[in-house]
Design a protein around this ligand. Structure first.
Ligand SMILES: [Zn+2]
Length: 365
């Protein structure tokens, strides 16, 4: 029987919680990961309607992008909106799981989905941070190279873009003198030993390093494993903030505004005019992405589509880049269908539904 945890594992293989913003609160918010799953409803955020829908559809797992519990709760009563919703979820024996900024920062996440919605080509991250990777090297006797490499791979090392199990292996000679109390795999206590060894190098996301080192030492035959963990300034191609891509065909500014409204289905956007007469390169950050405005300018985007833009950011962009505030809900809710697609493909026996309710409280008139 499929458990809540199995669904969580699938989401987290895509959007690991460790890549979330450090002040975020992602993961299982309410519930029991050991319970069997009866069905999934996904929504941008939790509302009373989403809870009712989950109950009607007999789904005991609700997945949202926006966490219900963000600030620590001082109490759990029906006096606050979040308390009321949390109580209702718990009293109805539902489970609530949220993937927030981890789903923003992952390949194929919120911004890639929005990029495809806007019909962009060659979509890549807008901003990626160096230093999120480590290089791990270890010295292994030749007969154990495959076992150690496999263990490191299974723990998450050796992924470079679309390639897995990437390693470099170089044969050489290691020396050591076992001291009293040691239990040498080869050689004798007190005698300098020359040993045929292979140096294995693999990259690892920084947040997986402990798991990789544990797996590596468990698979290694020596009682003292010689290994190094180096800082690595290479960029992890799987994670980043915002995206940038190109329209199939250049458009006039007015056509691009109309195209944005049509493709993301919104009656209005707030925007300011930039420099370019037409639009080809488009930067995107679903939700509140104003912090990436300067990056979008540096990356020579003609337009930047985001939301929650404050007045002074429009001034900063005016005459430089076409800055378009297309709405928080409108730029993010497309991820809901992507979550459902992914889960439905993996777990064909579980019913997964995108919510039918529009959780956006904002009215344009
Ligand atoms: Zn958001």
């Amino acid at each position: 029987m499929l458990k809540i945890q199995d669904i969580i594992d699938e989401i987290e293989a895509w959007a690991p919680p460790a890549i979330a913003w450090d002040r975020d609160n992602v993961g299982l918010q309410i519930g029991n990961p050991e319970e069997p799953v009866t069905g999934v409803v996904a929504a941008l955020e939790i509302t009373p309607d989403v809870i009712q829908e989950a109950l009607q559809k007999k789904c005991n797992l609700i997945i949202t992008h926006h966490p219900l519990i963000f600030q620590p709760l001082k109490n759990l009563t029906n006096k606050t909106l979040s308390g009321k919703l949390a109580l209702s979820i718990a009293q109805n024996k539902l489970n609530l799981y949220s993937a927030h900024t981890n789903l923003d920062f992952t390949h194929g996440g919120v911004n890639f989905v929005l990029g495809r919605k806007l019909d962009l080509r060659d979509i890549g991250f807008l901003y990626q941070e160096a230093g999120s990777m480590k290089k791990i090297s270890v010295f292994v006797p030749p007969d154990y190279v495959n076992a150690v490499t496999d263990a490191m791979t299974k723990a998450g090392a050796g992924i470079i873009g679309d390639y897995e199990a990437c390693s470099f292996q170089l044969r050489g000679t290691g020396t050591f003198r076992p001291l009293p109390g040691s239990q040498p795999f080869s050689g004798e206590v007190g005698k300098l030993q020359h040993e045929d060894e292979v140096r294995i190098e693999m990259v690892s996301p920084a947040w997986r390093t402990n798991a990789v080192v544990t797996a590596m030492t468990n698979a290694h035959p020596y009682d003292e494993v010689a290994y190094d963990v180096y800082p690595n300034e290479a960029i992890d191609p799987k994670y980043g903030a915002g995206v940038i891509g190109s329209l199939r065909q250049e458009m006039s500014v007015e056509d691009f505004i109309a195209h944005t409204k049509k493709t993301i289905d919104t009656p209005a956007v707030r925007w300011t005019r930039g420099r370019a007469d037409s639009i080809k390169r488009v930067a995107i950050c679903g939700g509140s992405g104003s912090e990436l405005l300067q990056v979008a300018i540096q990356k020579k985007a003609d337009a930047f589509v985001t939301a929650d833009v404050k007045y002074h950011f429009f001034h900063e962009a005016h005459g430089i880049i076409h800055l378009i505030d297309a709405g928080h809900y409108e730029t993010e809710h497309h991820i809901v269908a992507a979550i459902v697609d992914r889960l439905q493909k993996k777990f064909q026996d579980v019913s997964c539904y995108p919510t039918t309710s529009i959780t956006n409280p904002i009215i344009y008139s």
